[in-house]
Design a protein around this ligand. Structure first.
Ligand SMILES: Cc1cc2nc3c(=O)[nH]c(=O)nc-3n(C[C@H](O)[C@H](O)[C@H](O)COP(=O)(O)O)c2cc1C
Length: 429
């Protein structure tokens, strides 16, 4: 179970338009052309590229617990996605090396480490309840666990948050700050490009402690976390924040949101991605884009990004056109649909967006399974684990097929690469 266990559960409703009057009349081609006019090829706000030069187009693949592992990310990148976010990783899970926390229901560590040369730039997302643990987890993430032993990372979390820094010192262990090949992991192009703090996940509190979106009810605690993480991570690595637009629709919670949102920038966070649903709403009903537009109007000098109801390529550009956001997070709209990124590039480059041919769909289905098999190589039965995990992707991919209902059925019971190939041979020729 993750930030949303099952998108067809009662905690989620299917695709619908966001609440944003007139947004559906906005011409996505005109928005794309305007972005390119203003910012040059790629249409990305240069303020964002100052932080991460390779973030060259105004959209990215969201963190999606249970989905956005290295395999899904690489497929997205091959279709033009400029940058991806890992799924939310609990601070405790990170510090315990993936074993400890009984209720650590988010991603496994190995799903969240950069997946080789192709998986960059990558934003690592963390979530948790304690400032020192979050700071130590952030450090472990950017050091990729290579500068200290697991025990040393855990010990780091026992310090005062203000004493937790990236620079390893003698008393923190034998680490000299360098990897076996003599380079610092920070200098490695394969490290994380930013650390994102999740203040959005609606999954319940644990042991009465806040985490994720529940921090919107206790903004002071969230501010301590942001301060600890921002101070711990070297200045050269941006810290960003994912937030819901409010905990609920009361005035008190709206004020909490604004207070925390302002504090994030005051503390030096590079940008905030605001999901236009409340925490209470989980994934039920439409998001609202007006609150996002209001934030941009209120603080045009800030980099603000948005999330919510981006189901197809047109909504990427309508959301930007409607709100003025610097970038848009593509979440459920890219599960089984990496072509949304190609289509977004098409629009930015003045081409008509193309739907995938059957051959293109087959190629992606083959590649995704192969990549997932590589990502899952440490499981006891990597092929069975991969096949089971790929079922949910197959079902989403099937939506592009003219016989979607029948194709779906043939993915439901796959147990092996052979089963997967049988389905492809039946439908994707
Ligand atoms: C299955 C699922 C898992 C998610 N996991 C994460 C996560 O780990 N981190 C995160 O920031 N957001 C997560 N989200 C939220 C999405 O990134 C996004 O903000 C949300 O789905 C709204 O966008 P959409 O309506 O376009 O899907 C998740 C959403 C879903 C449906």
């Amino acid at each position: 179970m993750g930030c949303q266990s099952n998108s067809s559960s009662q905690n989620a409703t299917g695709p619908s338009f966001a609440i944003a009057e007139g947004a559906q009349e906005i011409d996505p081609r005109a928005v794309a052309a305007d972005l390119v006019d203003r910012f040059g090829p790629g249409g990305m706000d240069p303020r964002v590229k100052q932080h991460i030069p390779a973030f060259d187009a105004p959209f990215f693949q969201a963190g999606l617990a249970g989905y956005s592992d290295a395999a899904m990310r690489i497929i997205a990148r091959r279709h033009g996605c400029p940058i991806c976010v890992t799924e939310a990783l609990l601070d405790r899970t990170l510090l315990d090396g993936g074993k400890g926390f009984a209720k650590a229901d988010l991603g496994e560590i190995h799903d969240n480490v950069p997946g080789g040369d192709e998986d960059h730039p990558l934003i690592g997302q963390i979530m948790g309840s304690d400032p020192a643990e979050m700071a130590a987890a952030a450090i472990k993430m950017i050091e990729q666990g290579k500068l200290r032993s697991n025990k040393e990372y855990r010990k780091l979390a026992e310090k005062e948050p203000s004493a937790i820094r990236h620079q390893p010192s003698g008393e923190e262990g034998k680490a000299d700050g360098l990897m076996a090949d003599g380079r610092s992991p920070m200098a490695s192009p394969l490290g994380f490009s930013a650390i994102d703090v999740n203040l959005a996940c609606p999954v319940k509190k644990i042991s009465k402690k806040s985490r994720g979106g529940h921090w919107l009810r206790e903004p002071e605690g969230a501010i301590e976390i942001l301060r600890a993480v921002r101070d711990a991570v070297p200045e050269s690595i941006p810290v960003t924040v994912k937030m819901r637009r409010s905990f609920d629709d009361t005035e008190e919670m709206r004020q909490n949101f604004l207070y925390l949102f302002d504090a994030a920038y005051d503390l030096g966070c590079a940008w905030v991605v605001v999901h236009g649903r409340t925490v209470e709403q989980k994934y039920v009903g439409p998001s609202r884009w007006d609150p996002l537009k209001a934030l941009v109007d209120r603080n045009p000098e800030r980099i603000i990004m948005g999330s919510g109801d981006v189901w197809d390529v047109n909504q990427i550009f309508r959301m930007i056109g409607y709100t003025g956001l610097a970038g848009v997070s593509v979440a459920r709209g890219c599960i089984g649909n990496p072509w949304i990124f190609r289509q977004a590039r098409d629009l930015l480059e003045g081409r008509e967006p193309r739907d995938p041919t059957i051959q293109e769909q087959r190629a992606v289905l083959e590649q995704h399974f192969e990549l997932a098999l590589a990502v899952n190589k440490n499981y006891r039965d990597p092929e069975l684990h991969t096949a089971k995990n790929m079922r949910k992707f197959g079902i989403k991919f099937a939506a592009h097929h003219p016989q979607a209902q029948e194709v779906k059925k043939s993915f439901i019971y796959v147990k092996s690469l052979d089963d997967w190939r049988v389905a492809l041979d039946e439908w994707y020729v």
